[in-house]
Design a protein around this ligand. Sequence first.
Ligand code: HXC
Length: 260
Amino acid sequence: MNYNNLNIKFDGSLAILKINRPKALNALNKETLTELEIAVDDLNNNKEIKAVIISGEGKKAFVAGADISEMKDMNVKKAKEFSLLGHRVFNKIEESNKIFIAAVNGYALGGGCELALACDLRIAAETAKFGQPEINLGIIPGFGGTQRLAKIVGKPQALELVLTAENIDAQKAVELKLVNRVVETDQLISEAKSLAQTIAQKSAPIISLAKEAVNFALEHPAAEGSKYEANLFSSCFSTLDQEEGMQAFLEKRKAEFKNE
Ligand code: HXC
């Protein structure tokens, strides 16, 4: 499939997806979000793929937000549709059986920060900047940012970002646990690939169960989470890869997972 606003490359069991509107600092317009939904659906259905790296084309921006020139004339109904489109796409990332890694190469503002938050892991270039500047435009975050940010960095830090519109640098983002780590800018994609490859060596069904179990923790009380974990844990024992993993340990060799 040829996309107007995305570039996708494949490298074994990894996919590298770049938002490609560098002249508009990769701002998310409806067309880009719609393409992103198609791409995420395709990747989710691709049995060869275990991890997806999302980044932005160009040196300056990951994604500088939703497209302000497109939002400017929206009415209440259109704004709701736009917000719900973003929610649908980002939920597909969050609920995917693949691991999504945001490789944040520059500005991750507004909807761009929200896209990174929907990913499972975030690596930032030293030059990355994060922020929720929506309030300066007379709006609030609308692609899930108020919800995910509060869960990831906690209410006071989330509110500070959302109410002040101030950008933070990559180092501060690590301190807030908004990103997993900061790397040298020219090492960003290779570090993201290396992390993705480490994960991709594991069993696909078990990767997916691990993600599902941890995601569940953020949405449910502990007692429900424990029951859910016990169910997912026991379902590992219906896979060939559990047998292989334990057999390989006992035979003192590296497991050769079949992803089954
Ligand atoms: C549309 C954008 C854009 C955006 C940048 N551009 N961000 N276009 N929507 N979000 C365009 C500029 O208009 C400009 O186009 C070109 O990209 C380069 O940007 P400059 O502003 O000239 O670059 P610079 O001076 O370096 O400033 C970089 C910046 C600034 C600090 C990132 O561009 C900026 O503040 N952008 C907006 C960030 C923002 O407010 N994001 C939140 C959006 S609301 P031209 O044609 O002039 O070259 C949002 C809501 C999500 O995300 C939820 C929706 C439901």
